[in-house]
Design a protein around this ligand. Structure first.
Ligand SMILES: Cc1ncc(COP(=O)(O)O)c(C=O)c1O
Length: 364
């Protein structure tokens, strides 16, 4: 029996997910793709996404938080899980006991690692220009790498950096790449796993990078990109909700909190059971939704659990509205909200059930 009751859901197309993974893999046949499934797989459902990738043979993934890593470990005992975010000294033991690969990004984390004797698998993160996590000083990096390689309890499996502008500024990107080259050339022994690319760099530059073994694929695994020239990928998430009531408004009658929208003539307004607590934030009030291949205007103020759509005679109770994922894309919504596609999908909240689909199966 299903435990999904509400008529609002996000469809996650697993065939598209795998298509996107393969596109990245086929561009870079000698490199391995590490799917980035932090933040609940960018809102798509981390366990289900990993399960599908696992069934296709994938055995590596990356997350940000230890909580995310442990949730995955509880479901998959034979995959490698890399934690990209910060680790607290008290949690190093938890990583070690659960075989979570963690990131050493600063001297104090390195010193913490030396206090333990439990076996642990680590990656060193270097900062090549983004000024976020990572060691910066080339000599210090050499010293820390060679010291970690001498420690019996530490497996220094990888070294990596992260790009700030792969999707926009090639000059800055190349500067970071050069800095990574310099850092690696200064090492006596390079760790076996070297990874630098995010989605944008995976598609645009990775095939010309000679020193890496893996890429970290985030947003484009979900069929999205910030690049002007989009790779051949397919969006994975479609957000849907069913009309649960239709109001026939007379001229002068208003809808919603603040009575911000009032009918200027006889009008039909449909109520969709999705609101800002679902991540369908109030700023969406200027947009449209799709019903029967046609766009209809959102009117009034978006409530916590509902919003209002101005509809015509063709629309009925129980009809499905597509909030994004077809005529209205995730990028259209990002533009409407003056943000990026990453934020649109990650903000769809836990209250919206994720329904996994394969092929063209539609759940309405
Ligand atoms: C360290 C690191 N690697 C890889 C990624 C994936 O980036 P993208 O989603 O642009 O592919 C992220 C995402 O923020 C990240 O922080």
């Amino acid at each position: 029996m299903s435990n999904v009751y509400r008529p609002t859901w996000a469809e996650i197309n697993l065939d598209h997910l795998w298509h996107n993974f393969e596109e990245a893999q086929n561009q870079n046949l000698t490199k391995k793709v590490i799917p980035v499934i932090k933040a609940n797989a960018y809102g798509h459902g981390a366990i289900e996404v990993m399960k599908h990738l696992y069934d296709q043979g994938v055995r590596y993934c990356a997350v940000s938080l230890l909580e995310e890593a442990l949730e995955l470990r509880a479901h998959f005992d034979d995959i490698d899980i890399l934690m990209l975010g910060p680790v607290m000294e008290n949690d190093i033991l938890v990583c070690s006991l659960n075989h979570i690969e963690f990131t050493i990004y600063d001297y104090h984390v390195y010193e913490s690692v030396l206090k333990f004797k439990h076996s642990m698998i680590c990656h060193l993160k270097v900062d090549t220009g983004m000024s976020r996590y990572g060691f910066k000083d080339v000599e210090q990096i050499s010293h820390v790498v060679s010291d970690l390689q001498k420690q019996k309890h530490v497996e220094l499996k990888g070294i990596f950096t992260h790009f700030a502008t792969a999707d926009q500024d090639e000059t800055f990107f190349q500067k970071q790449l050069e800095q990574m080259r310099l850092i690696l050339s200064n090492l006596k022994k390079i760790p076996p796993v070297v990874h630098v690319s995010n989605s944008s760099s995976t598609f645009k530059y990775e095939s010309k990078i000679e020193f890496t073994t893996h890429v970290r694929l985030g947003i484009s695994l979900y069929g999205l990109s910030l690049d002007e020239k989009k790779p051949n990928i397919k969006p994975v998430m479609t957000l849907k909700s069913k009309i649960v009531q239709i109001k026939e408004l007379n001229e002068g009658e208003c809808v919603g909190y603040g009575a911000t929208y009032c009918a200027t003539e006889k009008q039909r307004v449909a109520i969709l059971p999705i609101g800002y607590a679902d991540g369908w934030i109030r700023k969406n009030r200027t947009g449209h939704v799709q019903i029967h291949n046609k766009k209809f205007k959102i009117v009034g103020t978006i409530c916590m659990d509902a919003c209002f759509i101005q509809v015509d005679e063709t629309v009925n109770v129980n009809d499905t509205a597509i909030l994004f994922g077809d005529l209205i894309s995730i990028d259209d919504v990002a533009k409407r909200l003056n943000t990026i596609n990453y934020e649109v999908v990650t903000q769809i909240s836990y209250r919206v059930p994720r329904i996994m689909i394969k092929g063209d199966k539609k759940n309405d």
